[in-house]
Design a protein around this ligand. Structure first.
Ligand code: ADE
Length: 222
């Protein structure tokens, strides 16, 4: 998948999307990542990207011209254009799966108090929020969005199974996991996991996943 991220802070994306599995996805060509500085599409001497809001109010609003210029220079018929904003549709695993099937994503990162609404009405295909909180900067949200999508590509995770077993894929949170030592500071790993009884282990895991979901995320069960 080709991904173009348009942001005032491309360096914020470079390391998180260049390390570990995202780095490997770039090496194998599964992820073809291009980071762009929005200021490269300004035409004035001071590279201004924002202005005060019409009607008054606090803060600054991102101007439409550089955003339209950037997207229009990168867009093809195969592109989907996404704006990262706390006013967007709330991101979740099913949305990651939906976007993992796209050919080309152009991700526009908001900043300041907001983005001129003509960008939303006439340029982007979707507005995405990564959760009900406000970040200083959409570039951080873009990193989260792209990481969750790219890890679903075949071969990006170590085991073919891993993405299917994730929390949320089954509708429940993932159950507890243990590794060696079998006893640590007097705390023992549950006997069933050492028993070798695959059916009992599977039943235990299902029960524990249910318990964890009830405790931490009862909203997933309703
Ligand atoms: N920009 C600031 N906060 C955000 C959020 N929660 N999601 C996406 N973009 C954002």
């Amino acid at each position: 998948m080709r991904v173009d991220i348009i942001t005032l802070f491309p360096e914020l994306c470079r390391v998180p999307l260049g390390e570990s599995m995202m780095g490997r996805a770039q090496e194998t060509g599964a992820l073809d990542l291009h980071l762009h500085n929005l200021r490269d599409w300004t035409s004035d001497r001071h590279h201004v990207v924002d202005d005060t809001p019409f009607g008054g109010g606090q803060g600054m609003v991102m101007k439409p011209e550089p955003i339209f210029a950037a997207v229009e220079s990168l867009r093809t018929v195969a592109s989907t254009v996404v704006l990262m904003t706390p006013q967007g549709r709330r991101f979740a695993q099913p949305i990651a799966r939906e976007y993992a099937a796209k050919e080309h994503l152009i991700v526009v990162c908001g900043h300041y108090e907001g983005v001129d609404h003509r960008v939303i009405e006439h340029l982007v295909d979707a507005e995405i929020s990564i959760g009900d909180y406000v970040l200083t900067n959409g570039a951080i949200a873009a990193v989260v969005f792209i990481d969750a999508i790219v890890r679903l590509f075949p071969g990006v995770l170590g085991h073919g199974q891993s993405a299917a077993d994730d929390s949320f894929s089954s509708g429940l949170l993932e159950g507890p996991q243990y590794t060696r030592p079998a006893e640590f500071r007097g705390w023992k790993v549950p006997d069933v996991l050492l028993s070798g009884h695959h059916a009992e282990i599977a039943a235990w895991r299902k029960r524990e996943a249910g318990r964890r979901t009830r405790e931490n995320r009862p909203d997933l069960l309703t």
